[in-house]
Design a protein around this ligand. Structure first.
Ligand code: THU
Length: 157
């Protein structure tokens, strides 16, 4: 038996089509991306997480000469939120990137490890989070839950 599964996302040509609050989240993600430590890939990623209390936490990718020891911006931001604000739900996670690693027009897409962490954040807080992904050409894709980014995930029904 073959089964199908569909998922939904919003697709905007430019993040300037988002609400002012979400544009501010994008702007802060760009700000933090400039502080990325990415000497190996030269691909600078920034992530901001809006918490339920209005606080915004931010993270950038942190690389290491032992490559797998580095961490993506999304996980730096989410783990910082979990470590410092364990009782605050993440309402929205926003990711931006800059660098020649990907063609300018290619849609930015979080890695599998980050998706798994986003999913666990949702399970932990029992609430889906909005995931805003801004590609280098400003195209913006929004998921209303990390579940849509990681179907058939480990640890889910
Ligand atoms: N990276 C992120 O921080 N987030 C993503 O969504 C994709 C990749 C980082 C990991 C590494 O430091 C660099 O970008 C190149 O893969």
């Amino acid at each position: 038996m073959v089964k199908n599964r569909t998922f939904t996302f919003e697709d905007f040509e430019n993040y300037n089509q988002l609400s002012e609050d979400e544009q501010a989240l994008v702007a802060q993600a760009y700000e933090i991306s400039a502080k990325a430590y990415a000497p190996y890939s030269k691909f600078k990623v920034g992530a901001t997480a809006l918490l339920e209390n209005g606080e915004i936490v931010a993270g950038s990718n942190q690389e290491n000469i032992a490559y797998p020891s580095g961490l993506c911006a999304e996980r730096v931001a989410l783990f910082f939120a979990g470590a410092n604000f364990p009782d605050q739900k993440v309402v929205t996670l926003c990711v931006v990137a800059k660098g020649d690693l990907l063609p300018f027009d290619m849609v930015l897409s979080p890695c599998g490890g980050c998706r798994q962490v986003m999913l666990e954040t949702e399970m932990r807080q029992q609430k889906p989070m909005r995931v805003i992904i801004v590609s280098q050409n400003k195209r913006t894709i929004i998921f209303s839950s990390a579940k849509d980014l990681l179907p058939f995930a480990f640890g889910t029904e």
